[in-house]
Design a protein around this ligand. Structure first.
Ligand SMILES: [Mg+2]
Length: 367
């Protein structure tokens, strides 16, 4: 089964409500879709959103990497030799993890379709359904409490609260307001997106512990490159600390794990460069007794389907942050995973189960 064609499309979809973190505000989701066609008539799909402030990738850099760098190297290559294809993705460019991820998931989609199995079954098939959290954007405390309450009414039991945008006292106010509104029952996890200093993080987390706000975990409290700082926060608080922006690839994961810098790791295909590398990170973490969450960027149901298939396949992945498609006004994907409130289900279709992508997506002009 050889790769015959690689095509890209760009899509733009407005969000229902602006997505706000310590790093950015997003009002419209943008992505590059990729379609890989093989000589035996199989089509595999992938997606890469540009996340300037995290991966550094842009729409144009993703498109260039796929069409100008990888396409000439991959046309004619056999997907049956999956490891050779993965080696090309890995070696032809450093970084550019979003473009790599889009191609990686499309290739895995073809590979699984060839076997007749849904991808998550082929990768290990550990779970048949997932429960996702829902993200509360960082805003004024009262607005965040109202949003949190709404998501609970919509059927979510896990809330991921974005903090770290301004002063610490306000973040504590935010969490107090949310806890007061939603009660003790819902699980609350925080994501500071690198917005705190080491001292602020230790102060804020201890304060929330003293106030019994019952925080399940805190994601990436400090700057992505400050592993010593991350370790300090992990050691000096009781709450679980999760590395997100600090871990892109298995090399980053190894450093964090060897240092004991975090209790948990958030794996995203867009940081890792796809499923192949994400599997490595997860295995490595498992060997260190560290469980993982799988999350995403602002991705449509295409990218999320790939992430969900990977996440469901592995027992060491115990947390799932897959709310992004629920934030979008439109769904351009026919097939893929299915949402029922906070639960995600897989079809019995082979591969990712993507049947087609909606016409809204604009095919890239040949240059
Ligand atoms: Mg995060």
């Amino acid at each position: 089964m050889r790769i015959q064609e690689i095509e890209t499309y760009t899509v733009k979809i407005p969000l229902k409500k602006p997505f706000k973190t310590a790093l950015r505000t997003v009002i419209e989701a943008e992505s590059v879709y990729v379609k890989v066609t093989t000589d035996n008539g199989i089509s595999g799909y992938g997606e890469a959103p540009p996340t300037h402030v995290i991966t550094g990738d842009s729409l144009h850099s993703i498109d260039y990497a796929i069409n100008q760098v990888y396409k000439p190297l991959l046309i004619g290559k056999s997907i049956d030799q999956l490891e050779e294809v993965m080696q090309i993705l890995q070696q032809a460019m450093i970084r550019n993890t979003s473009a790599k991820a889009a191609l990686d998931m499309a290739v895995y989609d073809c590979f699984a379709q060839q076997t007749g199995l849904p991808l998550y079954k082929l990768l290990g098939g550990y779970r048949d359904e997932l429960e996702t959290d829902y993200t509360v954007s960082v805003n004024e405390p009262s607005e965040m409490a109202d949003d949190a309450q709404q998501y609970i009414e919509d059927g979510f039991n896990l809330l991921k609260i974005k903090v770290g945008k301004d002063e610490i006292a306000k973040d504590i106010e935010r969490i107090k307001a949310i806890r007061e509104k939603v009660g003790d029952q819902p699980t609350i996890r925080l994501d500071a997106n690198q917005g705190w200093s080491v001292k602020e993080a230790i102060y804020a987390i201890r304060k929330m512990e003293d106030l019994n706000l019952n925080i399940e975990l805190v994601e990436q409290p400090v700057k992505y490159h400050d592993l010593k700082g991350l370790k300090q926060v992990t050691e000096q608080t009781e709450t679980l600390i999760m590395a997100d922006e600090a871990v892109f690839t298995s090399i980053d994961a190894r450093r964090v794990l060897e240092m004991g810098a975090a209790d948990l790791i958030n794996i995203k295909l867009m940081k890792a460069g796809g499923i192949h590398e994400a599997l490595k990170i997860n295995r490595l973490a498992e060997a260190f007794g560290v469980s993982c969450m799988v999350g995403s960027m602002i991705e449509t149901k295409l990218g999320i389907s790939a992430a969900a298939h990977f996440a469901a396949s592995q027992p060491n992945i115990t947390r799932f942050d897959f709310d992004a498609p629920l934030m979008l006004k439109e769904d351009l994907i026919n097939g893929g995973v299915t949402y029922e409130r906070n639960h995600i289900y897989f079809s019995k279709d082979a591969g990712l189960g993507i049947h087609s992508i909606h016409e809204q997506s604009s095919k890239r002009e040949e240059q």
